[in-house]
Design a protein around this ligand. Structure first.
Ligand code: A3D
Length: 316
């Protein structure tokens, strides 16, 4: 079996492991700084193996050496957003955590594809790229799969149809300015523009943009993890099985959509080795402007990042 290392054994990390185990995708190593946490969750998962028919092993560790030789590393270590807390406020703490984790990945799992989940997502991807020194295609951020599944669910709910029949594409950064693309969203092949009026579509798009905040509002002390965990597991599976799935993912752009040196959510073919292709689709003037607003928000985060961080330094 291939090996997946999940750094951070909190809500998103453990939920990712749950979905990976349920689909027998790979052996798993869970890592966390809190002694006993990854070990306890890994043991608990393994006690489930006879009930659920798990084939692989799940082990927990507080030492990064355990990720040795991983094919995929999922980075969820960090602090979660609290109510009223902007994603950018997480920046300094999570940059430091991501920096150390990325260096450990470069040392122990040099062949791995890294799937970043830690927020602010598109900015932390940049830290992972710079600190690992990995090829561009090997650093991918999970946000678009989650944002798209939320859009799909809200559409299914509004139309009273099976959620699995809805396919959606959400572009941009993982923030309130993300860009749900109604024109590229369909139910069983029928564009939603044929099924819903403009006002309803805009309301569902708006709810998608604030979907994460809706969960934070209920939870008060944390953010969503079931849908994020399932989203990450989908990406892990795509890489491990070389599925070549066309998913919204945060990838490093080199001129695509007119952007350079930035991670932004765009349609990407995910398979063995990471981001195999970045797909450029036609955008209307309005969609392009919305993407520009989203890219500007990500750039703001990168500028903030660069005000206190430089690659390879220990001062972040
Ligand atoms: P939480 O349940 O607090 O888990 C985070 C875990 O990271 C904790 O168990 C910590 O002990 C651990 N940790 C902290 N520092 C380190 C370290 N240096 N090495 C290893 N482990 C460490 O949070 P969560 O799982 O809910 O969220 C984790 C991150 O994912 C946060 O930054 C969230 O904002 C982010 N998140 C992103 C999305 C996206 O779709 C992009 C969705 C949900 C959460």
């Amino acid at each position: 079996m291939k090996k997946v290392a999940v750094i951070g054994s909190g809500n998103v990390g453990a939920t990712t492991v749950y979905y990976v185990a349920e689909k027998n995708i790979a052996d798993v190593v869970m890592v966390d700084v809190v002694e006993g946490l990854p070990q306890s969750k890994a043991a608990d998962f393994m006690h489930t193996a006879p009930l659920r028919g798990y084939h692989g092993s799940i082990v927990g560790a507080t030492d990064y050496e355990a990720i040795e030789g991983a094919d995929v590393v999922v980075m969820t270590a960090g602090i979660a957003r609290k109510p009223g807390m902007d994603r950018m406020e997480l920046l300094k703490t999570n940059v430091n955590i991501a920096k150390n984790a990325s260096r450990a990945v470069a040392r122990h799992a040099p062949e791995a594809v890294v799937i970043v989940v830690t927020n602010p997502l598109d900015v932390i991807c940049m830290v992972a790229l710079r600190e690992t020194g990995f090829a561009l295609k090997k650093i991918i951020g999970q946000a678009g799969v989650l944002d798209s599944t939320r859009f799909c669910y809200f559409i299914a709910e509004a139309l009273d149809v099976w959620p699995g029949d809805v396919m959606a594409m959400v572009l941009g950064g993982h923030g309130d300015s993300m860009v749900p693309l109604a024109r590229y969203t369909s139910v069983g092949g029928v564009p939603i523009t044929e099924l819903l009026d403009d006002k309803t579509i805009e309301e569902l798009a708006a709810r998608t943009r604030t979907g994460g905040g809706e969960i934070v509002g209920y939870l008060k002390t944390g953010s969503a993890y079931y849908a994020p965990g399932a989203s990450v597991a989908k990406m892990v599976e795509a890489v491990i099985k070389d599925e070549k799935r066309l998913l919204a993912a945060s990838v490093y752009l080199r001129g695509q959509y007119g952007y350079r040196d930035i991670f932004l959510g765009v349609p990407t073919v995910i398979g063995g080795g990471g981001a195999q292709q970045i797909i450029e689709i036609e955008l209307t003037e309005e969609e392009r402007k919305a993407l520009e607003r989203s890219a500007a928000a990500v750039r703001e985060g990168v500028t903030l990042l660069e005000s206190f961080y430089s690659p390879g330094s220990d001062d972040a």
